[in-house]
Design a protein around this ligand. Structure first.
Ligand code: HEM
Ligand code: HEM
Length: 527
């Protein structure tokens, strides 16, 4: 008996315990239950920020790359350290425009207002990066979600993990391949340089210090080189920037590749994609065919978004409510005890109120008569048949003696024993539950098959062996008696009525959407 109850408890504890952190897969609809509007909230925040400054789009997109390449896409780039030793403080990251950080911070604030503690900054950055591409006129694509934010952000761990503008193709592919990104991905992702700016010092060697034989990089278009020299003279102010795509710097398009063909790649790592024969044909393809570029860019961005992500083992953090787990577990307990199985409707959110002071008067008492039972259950849209069928749950489990001892010793002035009790059964109960019984003493609710979910409970009622007064009354009262007799004779009828009633019970007062939350830990509110 004890073992049986412990077994069920174990199942529940396992179901309610949280998954531990590990690498895992992302899913597109990760927040559909816990924060269904997350993408539109982020989108609005990114649009508002773009309206303030167009730099937002390039800044956020670059931020995403720099986040993903160091510790994985985990928002570690956004951590601010009072000691100035976080990722963002690394020299190359100091050139990340502040508007990218601000975009994520603003979007996170907007998301928190609606779904506190649910959506990671890493996921917000991934969604925002996609939105920036779209807002600049590029392709849209679904973003996989479920990233957890990282716990490490150190400037000392950045060196060697970000691509340099001086890299040749081999160096680029070596670095990208560590993150499962192919040569095509390198070429497609570099197309992000269709947006934004570079500081002069990132390419000035191409203008003034290329090689002993040629001060200017010969792969540079001579007219373009002259334009660059005008903007970036020797010893230029270090803040001066040049657009990466000289033609359409605020539009996400394939002009970047046409520029490469014309010798107008700003960084050496851009131009090398056309100079190197291994990548040239793909550059030409993307230059001639915007759809091919868009398709390859989307594929590569989705791959980039998976780099080193931390997820929850169960892949379901923030998705499944404890309320739904309890509903499914209750169904499973019926089934494991030999009862019927049935589909459980899902989508409940957790409530935000749990007070002892609000319980009184809302739970059925073991001394209730049929009218009292009916009245309470009717408040929850449960009929008389539902009352009778659900009471059949007392085919399992136990009751403490004090819940029915009045039926044995203190029923009425004329008869201390409840006359509706079978006399033999009453005697047995008096043995288990003496007048001075230990308050821990218990008796099975179904004396015959207490571990099996069956219709014996109703047969017991017919035999005067209902343990609680509220059980026996179902036979005593003429309004419920015919249904009890039916269930006692026809287990199929009981099963059908029980399933129907359990499904109704499971829809009592459910909360969906923002009426509730999905608790991370079933025993505490999220905030
Ligand atoms: C292929 C290797 C890459 C190299 C060597 C590289 C290097 C650079 C450099 C040096 C800058 C100029 C930074 C400055 O001076 O302010 C820059 C800007 C930028 N990069 Fe890259 N990058 C690479 C790949 C990528 C990728 C994969 C993305 C995104 C998917 C990206 C997005 C951007 C954007 C949008 C800017 C402009 C930022 C702004 O205007 O604020 N880059 N990159
Ligand atoms: C009809 C009104 C109901 C009343 C008055 C009632 C009352 C009680 C009482 C007094 C106990 C014994 C508690 C104890 O002393 O430990 C009990 C146990 C139990 N009740 Fe009910 N109950 C009712 C309906 C239900 C329903 C609708 C279900 C489920 C669908 C249910 C499932 C159970 C189970 C499984 C136990 C045994 C628990 C265990 O062994 O730990 N009851 N009930």
């Amino acid at each position: 008996m004890k073992l049986w109850r412990r077994g069920l408890l174990l199942v529940l504890v396992m179901m309610f315990s949280q998954g531990k952190e590990s690498e895992g897969q992302l899913v597109e609809n990760f927040y559909s239950a816990s924060c269904p509007n997350v993408e539109s909230i982020v989108n609005q925040a990114v649009s508002r920020k773009r309206d303030q400054t167009i730099i937002t789009l390039a800044a956020t997109l670059r931020l995403f790359l720099h986040d993903c390449f160091v510790e994985g896409c985990d928002a570690s780039i956004i951590i601010a350290s009072p000691n100035g030793d976080a990722e963002k403080n690394f020299a190359d990251n100091l050139s990340l425009a502040g508007d990218g950080f601000d975009t994520v911070i603003k979007a996170k604030q907007a998301v928190e207002a609606q779904c506190p503690g649910v959506v990671s900054c890493a996921d917000i950055l991934a969604v925002a990066a996609r939105d920036c591409v779209v807002l600049a006129g590029g392709p849209s694509f679904p973003v996989e979600l479920g990233r957890r934010d990282g716990l490490i952000s150190k400037a000392s761990r950045v060196a060697g993990n970000l691509p340099e503008p001086t890299f040749n193709l081999n160096q680029l592919t070596t670095m990208f391949s560590k993150h499962n990104l192919s040569l095509t991905d390198v070429i497609a992702l570099s197309g992000a340089h269709t947006l934004g700016f570079s500081h002069c010092n990132r390419f000035s060697d191409r203008l003034y210090n290329f090689s002993p034989s040629s001060t200017v990089d010969p792969s540079l278009n001579p007219d373009y080189a002259k334009q660059l020299m005008a903007t970036c003279p020797i010893a230029v102010d270090p803040n001066i920037v040049m657009t990466l795509d000289p033609d359409t710097p605020f539009t996400f398009d394939n002009a970047y590749y046409r520029n490469l063909v014309a010798g107008k790649g700003l960084l050496s790592s851009d131009q090398v994609l056309f100079s190197d024969s291994a990548s040239r044909s793909t550059v030409l393809n993307f230059a001639n065919n915007a759809d091919n570029f868009n398709g390859a860019f989307v594929t590569a961005m989705r791959k980039l978004g998976r780099v080193g992500v931390k997820t929850v083992e169960a892949q379901c953090l923030g998705i499944v409510s404890c309320a739904d787990i309890l509903a499914m577990a209750a169904r499973d307990c019926v089934f494991f005890a030999g009862g019927p199985s049935f589909p459980v409707e899902l989508g409940r959110h957790e409530g935000l109120i749990s007070k002892a002071s609000r319980v009184a008067g809302n739970l059925p008492e073991p001394f209730f008569d049929l009218l009292q039972l009916n009245t309470m259950f009717a408040k929850h849209n449960l009929s008389l048949t539902d009352v009778i069928a659900l009471s059949g749950a007392h085919t399992l489990g136990v009751s403490h003696c004090n819940r029915f001892s009045d039926r044995l010793y203190n029923f009425s002035s004329s008869s201390p024993v409840d006359p509706s009790l079978n006399p033999d059964y009453a005697k047995r109960l008096m043995v288990t539950c003496s007048k001075e019984a230990d308050p821990g003493a218990i008796s099975n609710l179904d004396p015959d098959t207490p571990f099996t979910f069956d219709n014996v409970y109703y047969k017991n009622l017919v035999g005067g062996k209902g343990l609680l007064s509220s059980d026996q009354v179902l036979l005593s009262d003429s309004a419920s008696q015919p249904t009890v007799l039916d269930f006692a004779k026809n287990p199929g009828n009981f099963d059908g009525a029980f399933v129907a009633a359990m499904r109704k019970l499971g829809s009592v007062g459910v909360k969906t959407g923002i009426q509730g939350e999905v608790r991370r830990d079933c025993t505490t509110f999220n905030s």
